[in-house]
Design a protein around this ligand. Structure first.
Ligand code: SF4
Length: 53
């Protein structure tokens, strides 16, 4: 998968497991597929999809 390869290129190998868990929990607790909580998201200033759903 291209996204996976892109992330592997920029995330240090030692952080892959932690990074994976952070992505999963961000999706479970903030960035819901149907209704992402952009107003309280800590990376909304970096996210190109912020406040568009
Ligand atoms: S700002 Fe981006 S990452 Fe954050 S909840 Fe919204 S869509 Fe998800």
């Amino acid at each position: 998968m291209k996204i996976e390869r892109d992330l592997m290129a920029i995330v240090p190998r030692d952080d892959w497991t932690l990074f994976s868990h952070l992505l999963i929990w961000h999706g479970r607790r903030c960035c819901y597929a149907q209704r992402p909580q952009c107003a309280r998201c800590s990376i909304n200033d970096l996210c190109p999809s912020a406040f568009k759903v």
